[in-house]
Design a protein around this ligand. Structure first.
Ligand code: HEM
Ligand code: HEM
Length: 184
């Protein structure tokens, strides 16, 4: 199935979700090692990877959002409580926001620090702010804060998926899996 239906995610929505999840899980250790390791050629390469994967995440997040606007999510199980619906909506909206805000703040750090950078060693990334040490430090602090927020939200997100599967025993997790549909 291509488009989302009332009960199922379409293939593009699943592909976007799991491709994005894989990129975000790679991106966190890449950012961490790039930022904390002592200066070396490997560190510089890790930074190129971190920034390049981050820009890929930004492009994918915008495409995914566009797709999502034309494809409403399947309905939650009928017994879902009002607070659970609210929590799901709010956390999903925040995850979408972070998938855009993290790369944009990263882009601001890179521009303000005035570091020439080519995405995957190919495409030069234009600056979006004037060079400024102060702005670079501020953007780095915001980038870090957003990362902590993302990590916390992901723990809640994955915990909620496991709760649906093992405690509430509904099909919310299985219907997001490749080839997965309603729980038998
Ligand atoms: C979803 C996308 C992203 C995630 C999850 C992410 C995550 C992280 C993490 C975990 C760190 C290490 C902790 C820290 O020092 O803040 C970091 C650092 C950094 N990231 Fe990202 N990042 C993303 C996108 C980007 C992009 C697109 C760029 C640049 C174009 C970028 C540039 C940087 C820089 C320059 C640092 C070092 C900051 C410093 O000096 O403290 N990031 N990022
Ligand atoms: C092992 C990791 C993960 C699991 C098990 C998981 C599980 C799920 C499940 C089951 C849903 C469907 C919820 C529903 O039907 O209402 C979902 C939706 C979603 N997930 Fe994940 N997820 C994971 C990782 C991630 C990551 C890393 C991100 C992004 C940073 C993410 C972002 C989202 C978003 C934004 C939605 C809502 C989709 C929409 O409404 O368009 N997930 N996830």
């Amino acid at each position: 199935m291509f488009r989302n239906t009332r009960d199922a995610w379409g293939a593009p929505a699943k592909l976007f979700h799991w491709l994005m999840a894989a990129l975000v899980f790679a991106q966190i250790p890449l950012g961490w090692t790039a930022a904390t390791w002592p200066l070396s050629p490997l560190k510089l390469n890790l930074f190129v990877w971190h920034k390049s994967v981050g820009m890929l995440i930004l492009a994918l997040a915008l495409l995914r959002l566009a797709w999502r606007l034309g494809n409403p999510a399947p309905a939650l199980p009928a017994d879902t409580l009002a607070w659970e619906r609210l929590a799901a909506r709010a956390s999903h909206a925040l995850l979408y926001l972070l998938m855009v805000a993290l790369p944009v703040t990263g882009w601001v750090i890179n521009s303000a620090a005035n570091i020439p950078f080519r995405i995957f060693w190919l495409v030069p990334l234009p600056a979006i702010v004037e060079p400024s040490k102060h702005a670079a430090e501020l953007a780095a602090a915001v980038h870090f804060g957003l990362f902590v927020f993302l990590a916390t939200l992901l723990l809640v997100h994955i915990g909620a998926a496991l709760r649906h599967h093992y405690i509430k025993r509904n099909d919310v997790l299985t219907r997001m899996l490749p080839g997965g549909g309603a729980r038998t």
